[in-house]
Design a protein. Structure first.
Length: 277
């Protein structure tokens, strides 16, 4: 890859991605964190840091799949007790009162950004720019894994629940007919925007830059979720479930990357893998 960053590759990652503010991402303060780091170090010594990262992400994906199944059971319990689900109809009715032709059109264009057409294009473009600039496969691995995990969680959730969407008479066209839970647009928004924001934050050197990046990503994920309710394409609990599952999956992907940085740093110190390769 042609570099525009003089510190690309693993050397650049250790120099630029290891610290966020004053926090060293390769330092693990809890016993569980140290145990995970030790396991990944063992794998990295035998497979290499990137292979260990991919394997760690695969384990994280299995955990996310299990959480999707568990969320189905939790949701059924909540729905039976008429808990959070009691907000679904009132919030949809409120959204319907706020609608107007121009606002419906604007929100439809906005929510399509997180759909199955534009979101992959945006994610792929950002991924290629970051990979080329940093001379590293890490952005590719993280963004692709995050996106695939989001897709699989959406498919699994819809098949497990089979929940009906709000009535078409209460929705804004174009209509959608797949099962309702979880909201795929919302899940995509929080996962993709979140992992891109994380990769950008790693190289922001000011608190203001890091906070602004996080706020933009969070606002995007939040408003995409609200747009799904506004348009009558999802119930509130579909969006709430997507926010929750997306946040958990994002945390797992970020943890896997921290473990990768730990393994890369350890290999560089030990002289096992020249960091510039």
């Amino acid at each position: 890859m042609t570099a525009t960053d003089p510190q690309g590759g693993q050397e650049g990652e250790l120099s630029n991605d290891r610290f966020v503010g004053g926090r060293d991402l390769t330092r693990w303060r809890t016993p569980l964190g140290r145990h995970l780091a030790g396991t990944v170090l063992w794998l990295s010594a035998r497979l290499g840091p990137h292979a260990a990262l991919i394997l760690t992400l695969a384990v994280g994906a299995a955990i996310a799949a299990a959480l999707t199944f568990i969320s189905a059971e939790v949701y059924e319990s909540v729905a039976d007790a008429d808990g959070v689900a009691a907000l679904d109809h009132p919030l949809l009715e409120t959204a319907m009162r706020l609608r107007s032709p121009w606002l419906d059109a604007a929100v439809t264009v906005y929510t399509d950004v997180a759909g199955t057409v534009w979101m992959p294009i945006i994610a792929a473009t950002i991924m290629l720019v970051l990979a080329l600039k940093r001379r590293s496969w890490t952005p590719v691995i993280l963004i692709v894994t995050a996106a695939v995990g989001s897709l699989l969680m959406t498919i699994a959730g819809k098949r497990l629940f089979g929940r009906a969407r709000p009535p078409l008479t209460d929705a804004v066209p174009p209509y959608e007919y797949s099962p309702s839970f979880p909201s795929g647009h919302t899940l995509n928004a929080i996962v993709i925007a979140g992992i891109v924001a994380y990769l950008l934050i790693l190289r922001r050197r000011t608190v203001r830059g890091r906070v602004l990046t996080a706020l933009v990503a969070g606002l995007f994920a939040f408003t995409v979720g609200l747009s799904r309710i506004f348009l009558g394409h999802h119930w509130f609990t579909d969006v709430l479930g997507a926010w929750t599952l997306g946040a958990v999956w994002l945390a797992l992907v970020i943890t896997a990357h921290r473990l990768y940085l730990t393994a890369t740093r350890h290999a560089a110190i030990a002289g096992d893998t020249p960091p510039g390769r």
